[in-house]
Ligand binder design. Structure first.
Ligand code: FAD
Length: 97
């Protein structure tokens, strides 16, 4: 089936999907085309490009985890809180997904 659009945007990263939303807001029909290298393991599409899937967002989640770890290992004892500070890398990776 053939369909025509006013605008075709290649890539559903932070540049592409914002352009697509804006074009839609301006009343244009939009096709946003994604090659989907960041598909979920089950093959489901994951738009958002580098930023959402492997860049800005996951890296900030890892930074938050490392900040928490640093607090636990170096700063809670002075407040009378003792913990093991054991790292579970699989859970840390899951938290950023
Ligand atoms: C580790 C890391 C941390 C970052 N942290 C920050 C941050 O804190 N703040 C910040 O502002 N920026 C950050 N960035 C940069 C940010 O991720 C990029 O600036 C942003 O993703 C660029 O958006 P984009 O849409 O131009 O490209 P992308 O996000 O790369 O999106 C391009 C999309 O186009 C698709 N595509 C490519 N070729 C084709 C094709 N031929 N057909 C169909 N689809 C195609 C790709 O699959 C992809 O989904 C970070 C980047 C990295 C790697």
């Amino acid at each position: 089936m053939e369909k025509q659009y006013d605008v075709a945007i290649i890539g559903a990263g932070s540049g592409g999907y914002i352009a697509a939303i804006r074009a839609g807001q301006l009343g244009l029909s939009v096709a946003c085309i994604e090659s989907n290298p960041y598909a979920a393991p089950d093959g489901q599409p994951r738009p958002g490009g580098t930023c959402l899937n492997v860049g800005c967002i996951p890296s900030k989640a890892l930074l938050a985890s490392s900040h928490l770890y640093e607090q636990v290992v170096h700063h809670t004892a002075e407040h009378g809180i003792s913990t093991g500070g054991r790292l579970r890398i699989r859970k840390i990776k899951h938290a950023k997904a």
